[in-house]
Design a protein around this ligand. Structure first.
Ligand code: ADP
Length: 229
């Protein structure tokens, strides 16, 4: 699903955020991306969505060469990736329903019935079907993050990327959010989660990639005994 060959990223000003990173993630895997603040986690996610361009190397997503993609192909590429942010980025003046519907509307889905069916299916998956008429500010932090997840999965992308999705949540809610990711993995979605919440990560025996100053310094699956899944 995702392959990085010798990927490097140098930002203007000369800072090298990623250095010759090689990795492969298969379809249906759930993988954690860890590392200190500034290690290059967000940069790696931005290269995958083509918010940033690689300085060297190659990224393949689902058989497509992201590094060589033309500007015209980028929107279609992004529609196949669901992205979840730490700060959920919901529109405060739109209802939960409208926030989740946004990717479909941008996509040109104007058939009201189809849109309604897809939005409700996404809200159902995150357990918020009864809040579709609410505004984000009336929801708790955990609920807002779940709306953000519903929005990311509404058009059923095969790849989900999350950047510190539980950074603003307490441990119990964080666990719920990770369980949700697990439920998407169980239906075949590939999930890559950047997180430095090591305590939470150790309770899932999933593959862990660790970045340090732009180098991928480890890539391993922990022992099953460690986890409490
Ligand atoms: P992480 O997500 O692991 O905290 P980042 O990918 O955000 O790390 O950052 C990696 C390094 O690249 C940091 O040193 C950061 O300062 C630098 N960096 C990130 N974005 C930019 C940018 N737009 N311009 C210049 N340097 C950047």
């Amino acid at each position: 699903m995702l392959t990085l060959n010798n990927v490097s990223k140098r930002y203007p000003g000369g800072h090298e955020a990623l250095k010759a990173v090689n990795l492969q993630i298969d379809q249906g895997e759930m993988v954690f991306l860890t590392g200190h603040s500034g290690a290059g986690k967000s940069t790696l996610l931005k290269l995958i969505t083509r918010l940033e361009k690689v300085s060297g190397g190659q990224i393949m997503v689902d058989g497509r060469n992201v590094s060589r993609m033309s500007e015209r192909d980028i929107p279609r590429h992004r529609r196949r990736i669901g992205v979840i942010f730490q700060d959920n980025r919901l529109l405060p003046d739109r209802t939960v329903f409208d926030n989740v519907a946004l990717p479909l509307v941008i996509d040109g889905c104007h058939r009201h019935r189809e849109l309604q069916r897809m939005v409700r299916a996404a809200l159902d998956k995150v357990g918020l079907l009864n809040r579709e008429r609410s505004y984000p500010t009336s929801l708790s932090g955990g609920e807002q993050q779940r709306v953000g997840i519903a929005r990311a999965v509404v058009n059923k992308p095969p790849l989900l990327l999350a950047d510190e999705p539980t950074g603003n949540l307490d441990p119990d809610l964080s666990r719920d959010i990770f369980d949700l990711f697990l439920s998407f993995q169980q239906v075949g979605v590939t999930v890559l989660i950047a997180s430095h919440d090591l305590e939470l990560l150790t309770s899932f025996n999933r593959r862990r990639l660790k970045l340090e100053h732009g180098n991928l310094i480890s890539d391993f699956v922990p022992d099953a005994q460690e986890s409490s899944e």
